[in-house]
Design a protein around this ligand. Sequence first.
Ligand SMILES: Cc1ncc(C[n+]2csc(CCOP(=O)(O)OP(=O)(O)O)c2C)c(N)n1
Length: 379
Amino acid sequence: MLKMSDFGSELEKYGFDFYSGVPCSFLKSMINYAINNDQFVMAANEGDAVAICAGANLGGRKTIFLCQNSGLTNAVSPLTSLNYTFEIPVLGFVSLRGEKGVADEPQHELMGVITDDLLNVMKIENEVLSDNIEDAMKQLAKANEVIESGKSFFFIVKKDTFEKEKLNDQGETISNTKENVQRSNAIVSQLPKRIEVLKELKFIADEDTLLLATTGVTGRELFELGHVDNQFYMVGSMGCISSVALGLALARPDKKVVAIDGDGSLLMRMGSLATNAYYAPANLYHLLLDNALHESTGGQKTVSGNIDFLDIATGAGYPKVVQLTGIKELNKSLKSWGEQQQLTFGYIKTAKGIKENLGRPTLTPVEVKQRLMINIGGE
Ligand SMILES: Cc1ncc(C[n+]2csc(CCOP(=O)(O)OP(=O)(O)O)c2C)c(N)n1
């Protein structure tokens, strides 16, 4: 069996010092080790964890993603449309629940026999991790080469691969004060369009501010307003933008990170709110543009009209939640965030409408990533 003190220090030797994931009992020792070393971000689901790692990678960190094989399916979207597309590597450890011939619960039966196939279909190189430390170290050296070439690599982890690692006392759960909710009674006669909000964001953003736009029209409009290297446009991976922003904000506390989200996107991965609020990096501003539509795909209604995002963000524990009734309030709120530095959730209702003759970014996703990383000195 592997001892985490040996295996973990080998991982550190290669520079892997940022973990995110969702627990599995087979990976308990790795998770406990990472928590004990204050290197673990507990995600709400496995897809978010992949996106958090991707953000940390943009910030220059080498990252490890941990999941049960049942959760690998939750991670398929970001693994295929974020990591693959942007060439953002992650070192994965996926447990092998339901291994053939080993007694396990019925829900693991199918994943137990298709875990490697699923990774292969996603074009992710993978190997079963040896429980012999010398062999495991050789495997790790090879995995690191793959990661250094810009590709992801996954280890499949069988039962009892690791010796027990004790979980240290995790201390009190921090609790954000939720007194800072600013609701507005203002009657808004005309909602701003998405593009006007984006223009204002570009106007306010200084060279230390990174603008990360959600999937679809938001990223495309931001690009058309003029590319600068501190902008990032998500493609695919709907709902992952604030998780990428979380990873990046944690990895680069010297930068100000704005996640520009959509209501459809946020609804898809609403658990991310709780994770963002728990880790609460002061340098993250989460801005929700709520047009109550999936406008990018033809303007179908979302269920946003029925819910209160301010209450949800407050309940999730965001220390500051602000309802913005227009561009002026947005300007004020961003300035105050820049001065006070406190995780903020900004909510603005926007009007329907897409910029005329909207094109698509002429830079490839990989070029966008490389320019951002060079710009912030992460690569
Ligand atoms: C997992 C996944 N499902 C569906 C899509 C297709 N899709 C791209 S953008 C989008 C709508 C996003 O809605 P919202 O975040 O509210 O932004 P809006 O389009 O209204 O600006 C959809 C459904 C996708 N990219 N990924």
